[in-house]
Design a protein around this ligand. Sequence first.
Ligand SMILES: [Zn+2]
Length: 71
Amino acid sequence: MTAPKKPATPKVAEILPLRAPRRCANCSKDTVRAFYPFCSKRCKDVDLHRWLSGAYAIPVVEADAGSGEDD
Ligand SMILES: [Zn+2]
């Protein structure tokens, strides 16, 4: 009988730094603190405009989807 192999060090979820560097939500360039999470006023405005024009929709997650979903 062989002794069970000890599992290797369990993989712990990667710990992210408090302020992970983020890319501009619009063009993926480095963000600038003043316009976070964007790289410039331009990108910020572009994004704002998208919101205002309804290009984005906030997804709605229903708590108990699956029960009585016969639409
Ligand atoms: Zn940008």
